[in-house]
Design a protein around this ligand. Structure first.
Ligand SMILES: Nc1ncnc2c1ncn2[C@@H]1O[C@H](COP(=O)(O)OP(=O)(O)OP(=O)(O)O)[C@@H](O)[C@H]1O
Length: 787
């Protein structure tokens, strides 16, 4: 690889920001270039472990070459997996970190988006393409996660649970090989605080990955990189290392030594780093003013859509018609919504040729040279909307022709991997068609749009994109705007992973742990660094991270009780009011028999108070003829009964059962992560929900009277709140019709049975000791026999 010295050349002659991107990896400390960089022994050791198929986590100070090494690992894996690029999932915690390894964000690689509730993880089942990839191509392959310090414990745990379910293998991450890289002394995950009224299923994104049960299960080989490559000056390294551990005296000393202004480098401007967006915006505006000419002002198209309009757009039936007064009130609420103040895309974006910019959306994910949130570039030209549409039309015709040629087998002989290139073309075409649609709705024919030259050399005319925010029960706010932000100055959160030759760091209002360390460690040399606004206490370090680091260095396993504490805290959050009724399905598979009255009614389908298995309609397993399977996308059955996945063997419903179901009305059910959830019980009772989903012989359903699901009100045990262990024992004693040893082993479930508490892996909730409250749902899923 050759060094990619990135300079942004504008046609004004001004060259802003000199920075070196990670993929280069050919810099010696101090900045001199070497022709063929050699890996150090410790870096080489990591490569060997990866080649041996081990799950690996490597860490080290800022500048120890983690991203550099990852690029080498990716190259090695390419030689192992050849053209099958999708065999290696290349991801990072943030969009900008992903650009350093030519990958995508972890959210997009695994398809869960940025989750707001636990239910959002079900999106991972949403793409049949991704599921096929996870099940088949990824079977023997690798998932790479860079900047893993910014992935939360809860996120990591949910991913592990979901990947395991999707792949149908109980091994950690369903047997995927993991390569994790990051430095926990740098920026932590951004977590959300739970407040009274926060929904019980809100996703709070808490903790460091090493605090969740999945981490220890992954059996990671941990390697500590010790050689710092970014900085050669040992005095600089010493100060940075002290700041890493929260030494504010060292931060003060560095600030004093680097307080002088930087020498004038002519057209090359230092990158300015701030903790807060407001400072970044101010500096960017000043820098823009310095560029010649009048700025093009690009106005956003802001819209609000009421709940019933939204439902209609999504093909659903609105709940109830709103009066015109209510509609006006809701519209007002949406227009005043904070989204329009906080949206990353400005309402009036000012651009000039030569302006430094950063992309705010992931475009064309998964193609080579993906453009992602955080990609840096410079405005090369400004064109009108009409010109943009013409260019896009030409591009669309070219892409269509190319696709057609590929389809007819006339791909160029040197095409490398025709399959991958074909996919790239398809994705680019999709993206171009989408852009055409959105951009035609925005602005006027003479509105300005930028042509941007990105860091890896790609020049691209940008249309607009839509940013949205939904206000539950009211509607949706949306802003359609060019997905760019001025970037002569950056927030520290956006600069993690960069190596800079010249930078000016403001230490004002550093609010996060590791933030000052990240900012100060970007620069190669003391000579290239200017520090302003020192404030006492700016160097912050997490004590948890220090303890983890100590454990790592002494080779012992790190353990704390954060996991249990979060679960207890989460339980204190008041769940949203839920309505009790008797049996309604919302888009789910059906469902089971309700057994009232605890032990007395407990056994089998013929027990008093039970209702027979009731399907959801004319299709298989309760699906209606119009219901679409998420797995094969065919109508008439749900994923759990998909014939292509071994389902569909259960009997078609009897008319009597259909009739029974039509009579049911009540507990609202949703599909959550491939299982069925049920609404709250009457006050005073405790309800657990059992969903044995074994599919063939030996499946849990056989043990529960051959029922797909069983619900039960469990009497309070021994006067205290029920634990999952007690709920399970009760189920064994009262509901099981056969072979308890296939359900439980000792006081726990037998291996191969997954347990979810309120749709969350029970490991996140304290396993056997987790408390079950009124309305909680306990779900058992057999992963054996294709369950
Ligand atoms: N073996 C090597 N030979 C030459 N240069 C190297 C080597 N390893 C790393 N470097 C260089 O060191 C610099 C820092 O590397 P890199 O950015 O990968 O570190 P990092 O550990 O990922 O840093 P951070 O944690 O701050 O993101 C880069 O300029 C990179 O090219």
């Amino acid at each position: 690889m050759s060094q990619q010295e990135v300079t942004h050349v504008s046609n004004t002659g001004i060259t802003h920001v000199s920075e070196t991107m990670m993929p280069s990896g050919t810099q010696e400390a101090g900045g001199s270039q070497v022709d063929s960089p050699t890996l150090s022994a410790e870096q080489q050791r990591v490569i060997e472990l990866v080649k041996q198929g081990k799950n690996v986590f490597f860490t080290g100070d800022a500048g120890t070459g983690k991203s550099f090494l990852l690029n080498h690992i990716i190259a090695e894996l390419r030689t192992i997996y050849g053209d099958d690029v999708s065999a290696v999932g290349i991801s990072a915690a943030t969009g900008i970190a992903a650009t350093h390894i030519s990958g995508s964000t972890l959210h997009s690689v695994l398809g869960c988006g940025a989750p707001r509730t636990i239910d959002d993880f079900e999106k991972m089942w949403g793409s049949s393409q991704r599921i096929r990839a996870l099940k088949a191509r990824y079977c023997t392959a690798v998932l790479i996660i860079d900047e893993v310090s910014m992935v939360s414990a809860e996120f990591f745990q949910m991913l592990e649970t979901m990947v395991k379910q999707i792949r149908g293998l109980d091994a950690p991450f369903g047997g995927l090989q993991l390569v994790l890289s990051g430095d926990y002394f740098q920026l932590p995950p951004i977590s959300n605080a739970a407040r009274p009224g926060t929904p019980a299923n809100a996703f709070l994104n808490r903790g460091y990955t090493f605090q969740c049960p999945a981490w220890s299960r992954c059996n990671l080989e941990c390697v500590l990189l010790t050689k710092i490559w970014r900085q050669a000056d040992q005095e600089f390294v010493r100060l940075l290392n002290a700041i890493r551990f929260g030494d504010n005296a060292a931060a003060a000393e560095l600030a004093r030594r680097c307080s002088r202004p930087l020498p004038d480098h002519g057209s090359i401007k230092p990158t300015q780093l701030f903790s807060r967006n407001a400072d970044v915006d101010r500096v960017n505006a000043d820098e823009l003013a310095r560029l010649p000419g009048t700025p093009a002002v690009c106005e956003a198209l802001d819209e609000v859509t009421l709940q019933d309009e939204l439902a209609a757009l999504r093909g659903a039936k609105p709940d109830r018609p709103l009066s015109s007064t209510d509609r006006e009130r809701d519209r007002g609420r949406l227009r005043r919504h904070e989204f329009f103040r906080d949206c990353m895309a400005a309402d009036k974006l000012q651009l000039k040729v030569g302006a430094q910019v950063m992309l705010l959306k992931n475009l064309e994910l998964g193609v080579s040279h993906s453009l992602v949130n955080g990609s840096r570039g410079v405005v090369a030209r400004i064109i009108t909307r009409t010109e943009f549409i013409e260019q896009l039309q030409q591009e669309i015709s070219t892409l269509k022709r190319k696709l057609k040629r590929d389809d007819s087998g006339q791909a160029a002989p040197d095409a490398g991997s025709p399959h991958t290139q074909h996919q790239d073309v398809g994705k680019r075409l999709d993206s171009a068609l989408r852009q055409m649609q959105v951009t035609q709705r925005w602005g006027t024919p003479t509105s300005s749009l930028p042509v941007v030259k990105f860091l890896h050399g790609r020049v691209m005319a940008l249309g607009v994109e839509t940013f949205t925010s939904e206000l539950a029960g009211v509607g949706m706010c949306s802003r359609t705007q060019i997905p760019l932000k001025l970037a002569a100055a950056l927030t520290v959160h956006k600069c993690q992973g960069l190596t800079l030759d010249l930078c000016r760091v403001s230490l004002r209002s550093m609010f996060a742990e590791g933030q000052a360390y990240v900012a100060l460690s970007r620069c190669r040399t003391l000579e290239g660094l200017q520090v302003t606004d020192y404030s006492p206490g700016c160097a912050k370090t997490s004590q948890t991270v220090i303890r983890f680091d100590q454990a790592l260095r002494s080779g012992v396993e790190y353990v704390d009780d954060a996991w249990q504490q979060w679960q207890r805290a989460h339980k204190c959050v008041a769940p949203p009011p839920r309505v009790m009724s008797d049996a309604v399905l919302i888009g789910g598979i059906r469902v089971g028999t309700r057994i009232h009255g605890g032990g007395a009614y407990g056994r089998g389908s013929g027990a008093p108070g039970t209702q027979p298995y009731a399907g959801g309609g004319a299709g298989m397993g309760g699906a209606k003829a119009t219901d679409i399977c998420y797995r094969c996308k065919q109508p008439g059955h749900w994923g759990s009964n998909c014939p292509q996945f071994g389902g569909g063997q259960q009997q078609q419903q009897q008319p009597q059962q259909q009739e029974q179901r039509q009579q049911n009305s009540g507990p609202k059910r949703r599909r959550v992560m491939g299982v069925t959830a049920v609404a709250a019980p009457p006050a005073g009772s405790i309800t657990a929900f059992f969903k044995p989903t074994g599919q063939r012989n030996g499946g849990l359903d056989l043990l529960f009277g051959n029922q797909k699901a069983v619900e039960a009100d469990i009497p309070q045990q021994n006067g205290h709140q029920l634990t999952v262990a007690e709920a399970m024992a009760w189920a064994r004693d009262n509901l099981l019709t056969d072979r308890p040893e296939l359900f439980m082993k000792g006081s726990s479930v037998r291996p191969g049975v997954l347990v979810l508490l309120n749709d969350t892996d029970w490991e996140l909730c304290g396993e056997l000791d987790a408390l079950v409250a009124d309305g909680d749902r306990v779900t058992f899923i057999s992963t054996l026999h294709g369950g």
